[in-house]
Design a protein. Structure first.
Lengths: 213, 80
């Protein structure tokens, strides 16, 4: 939690200690993190991703897809038409066991691809807070890359929202940053502990205005 | 008594299996190619943002793409 207060004296006052784990959704003073448009002397204070719980929908979908063959077999076993059970004997015998094993491998590799694609979408959707700016780098897997940034001294207003059942329980939400530029909003979507982030961002902006870091 | 699936739907069993074979080969080829592209994109993403834990992801991706090509070859051998 931030303990910077209203008038922080230094960056160390705002971010007192390192918090950095691989694959985490929030890292403070991240080690070994660099980005391609980093200016000389630019220091990364925070690296954030969306809260991990936002991955729950595609994880659940993946599990359901994985159960589909078993569900189909169970359901067809229960269907009786005119007193007769449905069987797949001719289809299985005609194609052979090896063929159906390969078909099953392709089906499950499709599910794994769905999971890995979604994970990479989350992993490479990164928000950075540096001593100069806030940056959002988003690699949309299979489509492209989106980069947006806002200078810290141009930030005018910061607001947050925690809205909904899961955000309230797991403490994540959106942080809106209003800047002086024409395209005025910068959105940190579904970030962990938005109250803390809004607080430290506000403190950093006030420190920048004083010409401190 | 049991009712066979193909009899129920009045399907020509040979045609049905031929369609499944074709569909599997098409899907396996597109799948492997798509992940080859994805591997390149992950590499580009890493050039843009160098993060901890990336080597692990790249290793998983490389192994997975090799597996996909192996499945593709197996599909072609078994299906044709």
């Amino acid at each position: 939690m931030a303990n910077a207060g209203i008038n922080p004296k230094s960056v160390r006052h705002i971010f007192p200690k390192r918090k950095d784990k691989p694959f985490a959704s929030v890292s403070v003073y991240p080690v070994n993190l660099f980005f391609d448009v980093q200016n000389p002397g630019e220091v990364i204070y925070i690296m954030m991703r969306k809260h991990f719980i936002t991955n729950l929908p595609w994880i659940i979908k993946g599990v359901i897809f994985a159960l589909v063959p078993f569900i189909i077999l169970a359901v067809t076993d229960l269907i009786i038409i005119g007193g007769e059970k449905i069987i797949f004997e001719s289809v299985f015998n005609q194609a052979g066991t090896a063929f159906w094993l390969v078909a099953l491998a392709i089906f499950y590799s499709g599910i794994f691809s769905y999971l890995i694609g979604n994970y990479l979408n989350w992993y490479f959707n990164i928000y950075l807070l540096t001593n100069e700016r806030v940056i959002h780098i988003h690699f949309k897997i299979f489509t492209g890359k989106i980069v947006s940034e806002a200078a810290l001294e141009k930030i005018e207003d910061i607001s947050q929202q925690i809205f909904g059942f899961f955000p309230s329980i797991f403490n994540y939400g959106d942080v809106f940053v209003q800047t002086a530029a024409e395209k005025s909003k910068f959105l940190f979507k579904s970030v962990s502990d938005p109250s803390w982030f809004r607080d430290v961002l506000g403190d950093l902006v006030s420190l920048i205005r004083k010409g401190e870091p | 008594m049991n009712l066979d699936f193909t009899q129920l739907l009045k399907l020509d069993i040979n045609l049905f299996i031929a369609i499944i074979r074709l569909a599997l080969i098409c899907f396996a080829s597109l799948h492997a190619l798509a992940f080859l592209v994805l591997l390149r994109q992950v590499n580009l993403a890493n050039n843009a943002i160098k993060t901890k834990g990336f080597g692990c992801i790249l290793l998983v991706m490389v192994v997975y793409v090799i597996t996909l090509f192996f499945i593709l070859i197996l599909t072609v051998i078994i299906a044709l």
